[in-house]
Design a protein around this ligand. Structure first.
Ligand code: ATP
Ligand code: MG
Length: 437
């Protein structure tokens, strides 16, 4: 507990110097690279007499010359004042109350400056060092200290187009370091999801995590077991659908974080160091990154199927050895593996459904005496199951012949594929419709 009280103190050195103000001439952020929606929000706040800053990932990415994924705005207006100013806004959030302002398909997240929990005279809530509620308003020089990393704590001021830097974030952007603000151990304990965020940003930006922080990661990794599975699932999506899944995966393993998210997969990976499970997962993640880079759709259900394939397969083989038939063994093993996984990360039903369908189609694709290939090819999940089979073949499983056979079959029967797509589309239009396995 006492450690927590020292945070503001740790930052006194920073406060002493005040922020560095980086003028428009000294940085590369141009309004041309800021979305129309974000500019509208910033200007409307400013014209109503409020402060308006871009903050977080958007400022970091703009400074790095990258296209921001989204734009977050921070202001001294309260959520109610924001709500009154923007008719197209909606207040959301329990832990943090903030506003979503919508312009067409773009959503700008606007939050009110908040103080770190320990500044707020006991109003923030901390149990066992973790932040439980964190909704105390403050001003910009309170708000900066609650942010996780220096590179995420830069503010772009719409008033004069300067960048406000309290924490030497610009230095870390230039030298490529992910550095926690304040005492790293304490900031990780406060919110262990920061362990994952550090790795995600390092992988995405090609940065290093500074040594003072990285040394704590393996040791504190078990704290993730206290994080709600729903929040970890959200983080899983950000980590694995952000375009750098393979890099992130390797680093998560390096820091012993991966096993906290996917314990069964980690067990399979460490049982066979560098063997099939690793090649297979690495290939699946590489494909995902390539598909995202080419703007092709990806589904997290397919990734789950790949991540859990080895543990599922091992369990199914055990059932088969005890006399179960293969389809039943896969069904049972799928149930067990998925229900164990949901203790770590929750997973929406439609995703686990896809994973199960992909697994259950595997023996139907590989069976030699496949008497009804046309029917199988028109199965709504055929395409996903076939892609999965290719991945198994590429990764060294003994299914290359069958995979080739299906490739040729589709070349010879192009109609089947469009038929299958039709069925999939019509299924999407009828969400309540029965799905065949
Ligand atoms: P991305 O490019 O993934 O959107 P981001 O840095 O914008 O990266 P967000 O999750 O959108 O990340 O969060 C916005 C900002 O809010 C962060 O840059 C950081 O300043 C702050 N923040 C988010 N999550 C945390 C956290 N767990 N602890 C402290 N600060 C956080
Ligand atoms: Mg963001």
């Amino acid at each position: 507990m006492c450690r927590l009280m020292s945070a503001k103190h740790d930052n006194v050195a920073y406060l002493h110097h005040g922020p560095k103000i980086i003028t428009r001439e000294e940085h590369n952020i141009s309004r041309r690279n800021i979305s129309d929606g974000a500019l509208k929000v910033l200007y409307r706040l400013k014209n109503a007499g409020f402060a308006g800053y871009l903050v977080g990932g958007s400022v970091r990415d703009l400074l790095l010359g990258r296209e921001p994924k989204d734009f977050d705005v921070v202001t001294d207006a309260t959520p109610e004042q924001i709500r009154a100013l923007f008719r197209n806004s909606r207040l959301i959030g329990r832990r943090f109350r903030l506003a979503h302002i919508r312009y067409g398909s773009e959503i700008i997240e606007v939050s009110t400056f908040r103080a770190p929990h320990h500044v707020a005279n006991g109003e923030g809530h901390v149990i066992d060092g973790q932040i439980i509620r964190d909704n105390v308003y403050g001003d910009i020089d309170d708000d900066v200290w609650r942010r996780d990393f220096t590179v995420n704590a830069l503010f772009y001021n719409i008033e004069d187009y300067t960048v406000v830097d309290y924490v030497d974030g610009l230095r870390d952007i230039k030298s490529g370091y992910i550095r926690l603000i304040g005492d790293p151990e304490q900031r990780f304990i406060e919110d262990p999801v920061r362990l994952l965020r550090a790795v995600r940003f390092a992988a995405k930006l090609g940065f290093k995590i500074n040594h003072d922080a990285e040394k704590y990661i393996p040791e504190l990794a078990p704290l993730l077991s206290g994080i709600a599975p729903a929040r970890l699932f959200e983080e899983f999506l950000k980590m694995f659908l952000g375009g750098c899944a393979l890099q992130t995966f390797e680093r998560l393993r390096h820091y012993r974080l991966f096993g906290e998210l996917f314990p069964q997969t980690e067990e399979a990976l460490s049982r066979q160091q560098g063997g099939f499970p690793h090649t297979f997962i690495a290939n699946a993640l590489r494909n995902t990154d390539i598909r995202l880079a080419e703007d092709q759709p990806v589904t997290p259900g397919f990734l789950l199927a790949a991540l859990l394939w080895s543990p599922m397969d091992k369990l199914a083989q055990g059932y088969i050895a005890k006399g179960q038939n293969e389809p039943e063994a896969i069904m049972l093993a799928g149930d067990v593996v998925i229900s164990r996984q949901t203790r770590s990360t929750s997973m929406p039903h439609r995703l686990t459904r896809l994973a199960r369908d992909i697994w259950q189609l595997q023996p139907r694709l590989t069976r030699r005496s496949n008497r009804r290939p046309h029917r199988l090819a028109s199965h709504p999940r055929f395409r996903a199951a076939y892609d999965f089979l290719l991945l198994r073949a590429e990764s060294g499983e003994d299914v290359a012949d069958t995979a080739d056979w299906w490739t040729k079959f589709q070349q010879d029967n192009p109609v089947e594929r469009s038929h299958s797509k039709d069925r999939e589309d019509s299924r999407r239009r009828r969400p309540g419709g029965r799905r065949s396995r």
